[in-house]
Design a binder for this molecule. Structure first.
Ligand SMILES: Nc1ncnc2c1ncn2[C@@H]1O[C@H](COP(=O)(O)OP(=O)(O)OP(=O)(O)O)[C@@H](O)[C@H]1O
Ligand SMILES: [Mg+2]
Length: 686
């Protein structure tokens, strides 16, 4: 074995041993090589050819890419949740011949990567999730150090509830104590275990707004993050402005499972399947992040105030064009600040900053001329103008400046960075304002593009949806005819029991009512021809769909947990969606639990319920309790012997099982039904 081979493998092993949870990119000549299990893991993800190489007489799997392609591959690895160690090499001259020494030049994780523009892989939030126990619940601190955002969420301390939260916010790095009782190892999420002895309880979090209200266990979540970052890169600096405890006091109660089941913000297979994807016409990273947070954590807002702005914007096409023109030239203020306080910005960042501040002021001026009420505008206007003036005194602004070709001398760069550093708080306020405007622009653009209508916000508890349709389904299958349906619920008609054969349209209908109501609550136009609705306190669903995550628990148990949540939170101002309760139970258990739940929600919680079911006996509640009404979706067998669905919601109960007709269409032969079910006597005797 050559000296050189020995050298490489021992250097590699040394780095890998210290970084077991990261992918090691090992520079050998003009390539970065990935060796061993790392290669097996990532070759398919990066579309690299997996080969093998012989070291010390042993074959190792490996793959690699040219050094010039580094940033592209690093970004793809980060996007997939991997943390990376980059090992570079330098020549050192030995006594006899040149030798190569390798050294760790960079450790990049999904949250820290935004320090370098070339590795900044996404404009979305990049959260670290720090998890701990808080009494009998789990608490998760989500923190994005690159935009200075943090909040704490609470959930049951089981794998299912935790996974849903991590999935919703797309956390890629998860920190837990090494004795944390729940196993949450899953592909695409880097779980880092931290031992008690590593954590240092220090005061440096005292300056964060809201930290005074945190318990010791909640502060521990911060210390876990500090300990983790310190370990990766002790020089990283970040500033967090405030910490929000999300207990849902001033929010509409929408549990994470509902946000996932209604495809509001995250889809584990395709991301074009979500309401976020449909609504996201934002033109800045600040806008996209704000829209996502409105969808994942909808706050109680003055709905009409937001709708007024959207209506105004929809009517004024020229104004929309002016807004878009300015937004397109505004870059990520937050991440620029992150790079600046870490002294890693490049010239491009400064040029983008000047351009962004100029266009922010332009945008504010355009908006000030309009008769629009946007609460943050006056603050943003005075701060924006102040910073713009300071910068103009260094680089005089000219209207037709070509920023791409612009070269700023070093002393001016220094002067501008001083201005930014002195005004971080103000710039964050401008950045927040741009997020607000961009979100309003996006909602208006979508509402107009899709011909949605303004919901009428009323004081009573009626919900009236005329000709509603599922907005995501319609946009995904634009060449399919989508059948529109009404949903009209008032005091007399609060609980809908919906029957119908498989594939007849029950689930889609439930989800569409949920989504339309949700959209109205965030102040967006809605996909129907007319809508009236009041303020809702909660939208809660029990819809299957995340069963893969529920391993280790029976489907029925998860159903019951979600029903418990529904019983706890539903009131006369909420909407409950139940898709086939009791699927995982025996018929008798299914009927009993469905009946009890419906009676409770209807009679005692006095909430609105839409419940689909294959248990036809449940429809007997109609007539026994006033306000419960049966609806159904029809299926007909046409003259060619194929099933036809109308997808039209009608009053009454569906024709009971057409199992045999469906089975015949699926190819099950007629004789199958005539065979004896009872064991043959001859077989029993033997
Ligand atoms: N209103 C509609 N317009 C057009 N197509 C529809 C409509 N509703 C449902 N469909 C089509 O029918 C398919 C099945 O609908 P859905 O999943 O709602 O059925 P289901 O009654 O819940 O079935 P199951 O009982 O098997 O769960 C949808 O994927 C869609 O392709
Ligand atoms: Mg269904």
């Amino acid at each position: 074995m050559s000296e050189k081979e020995l050298d490489i493998i021992s250097q590699y092993n040394e780095v890998k041993r210290a970084n077991m949870d990261k992918i090691v990119l090992f520079k050998i000549g003009a390539f970065y090589e990935i060796i061993g299990n790392d290669a097996i893991k990532i070759a398919p993800i990066l579309n690299l050819k997996e080969t093998s190489k012989k070291y010390r007489g042993q074959m190792f799997p490996m793959c690699g890419f040219p050094v010039g392609a580094q940033s592209e591959y690093v970004r793809r690895l980060l996007e997939n949740g991997f943390s990376i160690v980059i090992v570079n090499e330098k020549e050192i001259s030995g006594k006899v011949k040149q030798k190569r020494e390798r050294f760790v030049s960079d450790i990049v994780t999904p949250s820290i990567s935004h320090l370098q523009e070339e590795f900044s892989y996404s404009q979305n939030s990049s959260y670290i999730a720090s998890i701990g126990m808080l009494n009998k619940n789990a608490a998760i601190l989500f923190i994005d150090i690159s935009v200075g955002e943090s909040f704490i969420e609470y959930c049951l301390p089981n794998r299912d509830s935790l996974m849903k939260k991590l999935f919703l916010y797309e956390a890629k790095e998860v920190l837990i104590k090494d004795d944390f009782p729940v196993n949450i190892d899953i592909f695409g999420i880097n779980v880092i275990r931290i031992s008690n002895s590593m954590i240092c309880e220090n005061d440096c979090i005292q300056n964060i707004n809201g930290v005074q209200n945190l318990t010791h266990s909640e502060k521990m979540l911060f210390w876990q993050v500090l300990c983790y970052i310190e370990n990766i890169n002790p020089d990283v600096k970040f500033s967090i402005n405030s910490i929000e405890k999300r207990y849902n006091h001033n929010q509409i109660y929408i549990p994470t499972s509902t946000i996932l089941n209604l495809n509001i913000a995250s889809d584990k297979i395709r991301n074009n399947n979500t309401l976020f994807y449909l609504l996201n016409k934002t033109l800045t990273p600040m806008g996209a992040r704000m829209l996502k947070s409105i969808l994942t954590q909808p706050k109680q807002i003055n709905i009409n105030e937001r709708l007024d702005i959207i209506e105004y914007l929809i009517r004024k096409e020229d104004l929309m064009n002016d807004i878009a023109q300015n937004l397109r030239n505004i870059y990520d203020f937050d991440r620029l600040i992150f790079r600046l306080i870490n002294k890693t910005p490049n010239k491009n960042d400064f040029i983008k900053f000047i351009q962004s501040i100029y266009h922010s002021v332009e945008l504010i001026n355009v908006l000030l001329l309009e008769r629009l009420f946007i609460s943050e505008i006056n603050i943003a206007s005075s701060y924006g103008k102040q910073i713009f003036q300071e910068i103009s005194s260094i680089i005089p602004y000219s209207d037709n400046i070509e920023f791409q070709d612009y070269d700023i001398p070093l002393d001016k760069i220094k002067a501008i960075s001083d201005i930014i550093r002195d005004n971080i708080v103000l710039i964050k306020k401008i950045s927040n304002f741009i997020g607000v405007i961009d979100t309003l622009y996006s909602l208006s653009f979508c509402s107009k593009e899709n011909n949605w209508v303004r919901p009428q916000i009323i004081e009573n508890d009626e919900i009236y949806i005329k000709n509603g349709y599922h907005p995501i389904y319609k946009s995904l299958f634009s060449d399919t005819k989508v059948v529109e349906n009404d949903y009209i619920s008032d005091k007399k008609n609060r609980t809908f029991i919906i029957t119908g054969t498989n594939m007849s349209g029950k689930s889609l209908y439930l989800k569409q009512v949920g989504l339309i109501c949700f959209m109205s609550q965030i102040g967006c136009y809605v996909p129907c021809s007319e809508m009236k609705i009041g303020k809702l306190s909660a939208i809660i669903s029990r819809i299957g769909g995340f069963d893969a995550m529920e391993d280790g628990k029976s489907t029925f148990y998860v159903e019951l947990e979600e029903i418990a949540d529904m019983i706890y939170h539903a009131d006369d101002n909420s909407l409950c969606l139940i898709d086939e309760l009791g699927r995982g139970a025996s018929f008798e258990d299914g009927l009993e639990i469905s009946t009890k739940v419906l009676v409770h929600l209807h009679k005692y919680a006095k909430t609105r319920v839409l419940c689909s079911s294959h248990i036809y006996q449940i429809t007997e509640l109609e007539g026994k309790i006033s306000g419960i009404t049966n609806y159904h979706f029809k299926a007909n067998i046409n003259i060619h012997g194929t099933l036809e669905f109308t997808y039209l919601l009608e009053k009454g109960t569906a024709k009971q099982s057409i199992l045999k007709e469906i089975a015949r269409i699926a190819g099950i032969p007629e004789f199958f039904w005539n065979q004896d079910n009872i064991a043959d006597n001859e077989d029993m005797k033997s």
